[in-house]
Design a protein. Structure first.
Length: 198
């Protein structure tokens, strides 16, 4: 993923997540501010985390544009280790941001020729996207590309049997990614409110 595409993806993610998170109806008062007559709540703790994630994506964009892949990876890792809002709760917006960050880290690691690290990070990302959403589909796509890269590495190393297994795994992952994204598209076309929701 080049820097321009990465920036667009980060901005689209931010807009999508903010649309669902800025004004949500809830009764929690911790870190939240009531706004308007309908008692919509602005979750400032969540907004701070989303802003932090956007800033790190922009930092990664600038580093990536300068060819500093290790620096870009380090910037994105700051998202995955940052304190999370409302500890102990599994907030969909936070899980989506984490899944997206792990996917981008894995893509950068592939560009840096570190398929082992990319595989580990995409597997970590999948833990944050267990449901059939865009984010899971994207992680499965990246995982398929990781396995495709491993196929070539193993073939070059003369390990044809393991290369064949990696190739079969890549195909299975890419087909699963297609199935997930077709399901997301289908939900949207059927009148679903949010293409990322299960």
């Amino acid at each position: 993923m080049n820097a321009a595409r990465a920036q667009i993806a980060a901005l689209v993610l931010a807009a999508t997540v903010l649309a669902g998170a800025v004004l949500t109806r809830c009764s929690r008062g911790d870190g939240a501010r009531v706004s308007g007559d309908d008692a919509a709540v602005v979750d400032t703790e969540l907004l701070a985390f989303l802003s932090l994630a956007r800033a790190h994506h922009h930092e990664a964009n600038l580093l990536e544009e300068n060819g500093d892949l290790p620096g870009a990876i380090a910037a994105l890792r700051k998202i995955t280790v940052a304190p999370k809002p409302h500890p102990g709760e599994r907030l969909p917006e936070v899980e989506e941001v984490l899944a997206d960050a792990y996917a981008r880290v894995a893509e950068l690691e592939l560009r840096a020729k570190d398929s082992a690290a990319a595989r580990k990070d995409v597997e970590a990302g999948l833990l944050h996207a267990p449901d059939p959403t865009y984010f899971r589909g994207h992680l499965l796509e990246v995982y398929g590309i990781v396995e495709e890269s491993r196929t070539a590495e193993l073939r070059d190393a003369g390990d044809d049997a393991e290369a064949a297994r990696a190739r079969a795994h890549a195909l299975a992952l890419l087909r699963e990614a297609v199935d997930v994204q077709e399901g997301v598209i289908g939900r949207v076309l059927d009148g679903g409110m949010d293409g990322g929701a299960p």
